[in-house]
Design a protein around this ligand. Structure first.
Ligand SMILES: [Zn+2]
Length: 100
């Protein structure tokens, strides 16, 4: 489990006992520590924190099925159909001037 702490951006946390630098909050004032980190308890007492959801299973990225390209495509507006009659109708209705 990971815990995210909220502090001041780029704030340095030092060990109270030794004065050694321990962690630094990132530019957003966030710091993520593993649950088993010995300092987590101390950090929890000091900073607002939340549990970071354990690597949520990434939403399955199904490759978007490309729409099947229609056999015929209107050059004017992109309307497409497999049926030529449909296309003729489209031309007549939508682009009457284009019909020769
Ligand atoms: Zn069209």
């Amino acid at each position: 489990m990971k815990i995210k702490f909220f502090g001041d951006p780029n704030m340095l946390i030092t060990d109270f006992a030794s004065g050694k630098p321990l962690f630094t909050f990132d530019g957003n004032g966030e710091l993520v520590l593993s649950d088993d980190n010995p300092f987590v308890k101390r950090m929890k007492a000091r900073f607002r924190h939340e549990v970071v959801a354990e690597q949520a299973p990434a939403p399955e990225q199904k490759p978007r099925e490309a729409a099947p390209e229609p056999k015929h495509k209107c050059k004017k507006c992109g309307f497409g159909s497999d049926d030529w009659g449909e296309m003729v109708k489209h031309y007549r209705n939508e682009h009457p001037k284009a019909v020769k």
